[in-house]
Design a binder for this molecule. Sequence first.
Ligand SMILES: [Zn+2]
Length: 162
Amino acid sequence: MNPLNQLTPSVRYPLVFQKILKWATSRSQSIAQRGAWLTPEATKLALKLGVKEPDKIRIYSAHDAMDIGDEALSRLLKKFGFSTSRTCGITLFHSIAMNPYCNSNLVVLAHELRHVAQFEACGSLEFYLNYYLMEVGYFGYGKGPLEVDAQLASTNNNNNNF
Ligand SMILES: [Zn+2]
């Protein structure tokens, strides 16, 4: 057996994982319906960051963008080290929720766009979340390879007036 399978959240915590996946699917759909399209400049940035289908991306940036909308799930995510009060963006495939109060929205946007490219490479919300949460459990929040990759990509774009 692949030893990584034993770390996979959908195997270790099937009920919890299904709850997270259900929330992520519904949040992703609601952002797809009411989010804004990328500007032409942001589209260029997305392509540069490896996004294949930037026209599918929608961004929802509002005071309630970071609300999980489910108390139990919110507490659960905190256990994973995920706190919405210090999170600037959440990406769920082509849907991005952004905290409008974050200082440097351009760096945040680049970071989230890189997550979109990662989602596209994975091919499904379920597969990505399973892998992402496995990394959080193993490396700690913000320290796994997917996060490090997004951080590096957004920092590299920091100096460019895309
Ligand atoms: Zn990230």
